[in-house]
Ligand binder design. Structure first.
Ligand code: SF4
Length: 577
């Protein structure tokens, strides 16, 4: 049985700007999955439906949940603001499906429903700033290495794209927008118009028109989109406008144009065209016959290596010149005798990009590293390897879960893992995964339960689950490593295991797990735990902690949940009474 996955971009947020198909898709869905804020934006349309809303950064669990519901035959709408295919959920849902071996012939049907992205909604509010080649760059370095973002900024700035910056700043990410401005100022005039639009078409919409030099003087946050003009963008009466280029050929106010229709296709009318500046076989450039070389109009863009001075004002001045001169092909600014600077800039950027694309891209390598499940002692040699793997720019954190968490950017995560494993270290993923937390079995003296702890770590360690889960294994009834407080705890006692489910280690309502079974034969414990984990993986909601899951489902296999006794209300006398 195959359901349907509708990946819906609902635009800026108001129903007026949602497409008809987006509304229909939400209406026909049984299940709506989305980030909490997005769910609130469409609250009026989803009454009576199964709703799964999770927080920011939980995109993967939302995509997994959507696929799971579709596998059960449901019609599922995965909603994103803006366009689902631009920093939205469309790509991720496809990736999760493909990981499961999905093809177009499978029973699960997928439809991506486009919406208006921020670049378009914000541009409409600002005027017409993206009338020419434009690009979007997200400044969020949570999933993309900053080094790569920097290269994209550099290339887009050099190639004179209008640039829309998404995710420019957040509470903790404050440096990125400063760096972006620094890079852009290397290529563009400080007077380049910049539009800052917050919450386009929502209640708290704010629009600010400023310039590149002063953009950081204004509020920029998570909900702001920053649109940076190209070298021809100008401001008129509070509107930000980028010319499409018509003024290079035509009078914008004349009823009759000096160029007749057939002349518009002549080379002389387009001296900036590719074939006139760069013939196919490398032969000589054809010069227009009607005008001498020195008078030929040229498009002037900032050089990739030289910052524009404030006096090299871009097209607004050129447009004025054109208007004043009355020329059909107005003398757009020249830059000395340099021919076609725009093309040179574009070619340089292209060459640089081609060169860069051949290099491997660094990724964030994160891992939980320990000497072993039972072993808690790093050797000096292992610590040296760890330090070398982390390197001068990485991070190493000792965690309460008995492992070192290491983080660094690398182009070779597999090579780093191999080095750690070769040093006798255990390497596990981090995040919403299962971690086995065993005691040290009295430094190996009470060793009977060690093989079971190691087998559980081998079979289940690192497994992706709705929420991170700790499985505690203690080697005797002392349970001194606190297995009974973990999500799942097993304690070895008299040759058998006691099982505790649903503990909570921290918080004001921290509590031990419920003792659900005593004396489970040791040869059965692996299967018992694997079955519990499988059930949680299958039926847990995204982000649902195991203790909440156990309380919700009431029964996992033979193990029944029992409500804890409510805390007694005690009348206390004020201090000193
Ligand atoms: S739980 Fe028991 S076996 Fe494990 S370290 Fe503590 S006393 Fe030793």
């Amino acid at each position: 049985m195959g359901g349907k996955l509708l990946i819906v971009g609902f635009g800026p947020g108001s129903v007026d700007h949602m497409t008809k198909r987006a509304r229909e898709a939400i209406e026909e869905s049984d299940v709506i999955i989305g980030y909490k804020t997005y769910i609130e934006l469409v609250r009026d349309l989803i009454a009576g439906k199964e709703i799964i809303s999770t927080g920011m950064t939980e995109e993967v669990s939302r995509a997994q949940a959507a696929v799971k519901w579709a596998e059960r035959g449901k019609t599922v709408a995965v909603i994103s603001s803006g366009d689902a295919g631009l920093y939205g959920m469309a790509g991720l849902v496809y990736e999760v499906l493909i990981e499961k071996g999905w093809t177009k012939d499978d029973p699960i049907e997928v439809e991506v429903i486009p919406g208006i992205s921020a670049i378009h909604s914000c541009a409409a509010l600002l005027g017409a700033p993206i009338m020419h080649d434009a690009c979007t760059i997200s400044l969020s370095d949570h999933l993309t290495p900053w080094e790569l973002i920097e290269k994209r900024l550099e290339a887009a700035a050099a190639a004179d794209f209008v640039i829309a910056l998404y995710n420019p700043k957040s509470g903790r990410r404050t440096r990125q927008i400063v760096e972006a401005q620094r890079i852009l100022l290397r290529h563009r005039s400080p007077e380049t118009p910049v539009g800052l639009v917050k919450s386009a078409y929502r209640e708290r919409q704010q629009i600010v028109l400023t310039d590149l030099a002063h953009m950081l003087d204004h509020e920029i946050g998570m909900l702001t989109t920053v649109i940076i003009g190209n070298s021809t963008t100008f401001v008129h009466d509070g509107l930000m406008i980028t010319p499409r280029g018509y003024q290079r050929k035509y009078h914008l106010t004349a009823a009759v144009q000096p160029l007749k229709p057939h002349e518009r296709l002549r080379k002389e009318a387009e001296p900036w065209a590719l074939e006139q500046t760069k013939p196919l076989n490398g032969g000589p450039v054809l010069e227009p016959t009607s005008e001498p070389e020195t008078e030929r109009p040229r498009v002037s863009l900032p050089s990739a290596s030289l910052p524009l001075s404030a006096s090299s004002a871009p097209l607004p001045a050129a447009a004025r010149q054109a208007k004043e001169s009355g020329s059909a092909i107005p003398p757009v600014q020249t830059e000395g005798n340099r021919p076609m600077a725009a093309k040179e800039v574009a070619e340089d950027a292209l060459a640089a990009l081609t060169h860069r694309s051949m290099r491997p891209v660094p990724v964030l390598f994160e891992a939980a590293v320990s000497p072993g499940v039972a072993n808690k002692q790093f050797t000096p040699e292992q610590l040296i390897v760890l330090a070398e793997v982390v390197g001068p720019d990485g991070k190493m954190t000792y965690t309460p879960d008995h492992y070192m968490k290491i983080e660094r950017l690398t182009e070779d995560p597999a090579g780093l893992t191999a080095r750690l494993v070769a040093a006798g270290l255990t390497v596990m993923p981090v995040g919403e995964v299962l971690t086995v937390k065993a005691c040290d079995f009295c430094d190996g003296e009470k060793k009977d339960a060690i093989p079971y702890a190691e087998e559980l770590a081998r079979r289940l360690g690192g497994m992706t689950l709705p929420k991170e889960l700790k499985l505690g294994v203690n080697g005797c009834g002392m349970a001194c490593y606190g297995a009974v407080r973990e999500d799942i705890g097993i304690v070895y006692r008299k040759g058998k295991f006691d099982l505790f489910l649903g503990g909570k280690t921290v918080g004001r309502n921290a509590h031990p797990g419920q003792l659900v079974a005593e004396g489970i034969p040791k040869e059965e414990i692996i299967t018992v735990i694997a079955d519990i984990i499988e059930y949680y993986k299958e039926h847990g909601h995204p982000n649902e902690r195991f203790h909440k899951f156990f309380a919700r489902v009431k029964q996992i296999g033979p193990f029944r949940h029992e409500e804890a006794t409510a805390a007694a209300a005690v009348e206390t006398a004020a201090c000193g009474d």
